[in-house]
Design a protein around this ligand. Sequence first.
Ligand code: HEM
Length: 503
Amino acid sequence: MSDYKKLTNEVGAPIADNENSISMGPCGPVAMQDVWLMEKMAHFNREVIPERRMHAKGWGAYGKLTVTHDISKYTKAKVLKLGAETELFVRFSTVAGERGAADCERDIRGVAVKFYTEEGNWDLVGNNTPTFFIRDVHNFSDLNRAVKRDPHTGRRCAKNNWDYWTLLPECFHQITVVMSDRGIPASFRNMHFFGEHTYSFYNEKNERVWCKFHFKTQQGIKNLTNEEACKINGMDREYHGKDLHEAINRGDFPKWTMYVQIMTEEQAKNHYENPFDITKIWRHKEFPLIEVGVLEVNRNPENFFAEVEQAAFTPAHVVPGIGFSPDKFLQGRLFSYGDAQRYRLGVNHNQIPVNRAKVDVNEYHRDGFMRTDGNYGRTPAYSPNSYGYWTAQPEVMEPPLDLDGAMYNYDPKDDPTDDCFRAGGDLFRDMTEDKRELLINNTVTDMGTISDNIKYRHAVHCYHADKEYGERFTKAAGLDMEKVLELSKLSNDDLNKATINID
Ligand code: HEM
């Protein structure tokens, strides 16, 4: 056993001097044979790994999920069995900012949870909003380029952001959420979070239902105004990380009540809009929340880089009883995360302790950079083999899913049941007067000095969602209501054409 107080080099040999380089004479040049110095410099130059392409700024902690209600009629997942207690790691993040960005920006917050279940890891990679901006995976890289830095100036650019958002009317509900009082949470502890997508459950009888995941904060919702956030960002850019860390340190463990919404396959077939469209909500009065349990966060990581920066979540990681859905957006994510992590962390990233399952992992993957687990020794590396090694488990096969339709590039806007403004309008109508006022003010402030053509496009969307919403935004943005009314008669394509050069 080495003495932990004595400095060694990277392979355990003692280091004699860690401060003075070896030189020819007291003033002379440094010798190449100061190999410890070379090692220090070379290692330092390689310490920065690629940041996450989005959700780069984030904080994490461990916790547990305790199941308090029986939902076994929907799912056979052991992690969701009544009484089950499962360890987890959660990472909270902002989306647009880079690794050094300030915490209290107006943005959605990511919440990614890794449940270390007895059937392997289940990752639920969600956000603090019930829906998302867009619904086709084709749009995802463009959305991120629009909200991140402008290629010319290198600065964030409200014009790019709003130009993109308003050209795609499906963004409308999410824009309303982000511009509302909830756009800047007071802390991660004071916000809800959601799986957003439609996922599936199947039970012991292999009967499938569709489901959505909701986590409601037990700390109460609290938000910051633009002014409060601006002040905090000037004083402490790591405000949300500090809040979470300190709450856990003082034993004030944040908790969320977990719920699911359930839709049967039959209900889905007859639903008035696409139940797999991530920009749509399932109304609670039609699909009530069903309580499942409590998620508690209770332990800080020991090392930020090892545990938070190297954490890797993917919606592709599910366990028996929980499955995907035809949601096009979810389907795209199933590829994207693992691919990003193979680039960001390497092909063996699931061996990093924070990502490693707590159960035996028996797979035929071998080799690759940074293999650290013995690489399965002399066990066969091919399948099938006649040594009785690791065979597939057909008993966990999902029930078959009937799908129909011709292969084509479908545009949801061609679907007559598609309404991009209903959810945003409902949300506006649910708001109290002070919240409506905040929403309008935040929107106008966020748009800043961007050109009127984009503001007109948004005004028309607001008007489609709710007459009052449209009128109030138009007035606050200094636009002409007559023009908004004229533009509101146009189809979406014509509106987009008409607002390209309205200035
Ligand atoms: C097709 C759409 C999407 C694609 C292609 C996509 C892709 C990605 C990628 C590549 C990362 C970085 C992963 C890494 O480097 O570890 C990421 C992070 C993340 N995404 Fe998405 N994303 C999509 C939509 C969404 C949606 C709808 C949600 C929420 C429901 C979401 C939540 C998150 C979160 C929370 C993280 C950060 C995970 C962490 O803390 O490590 N993303 N996304």
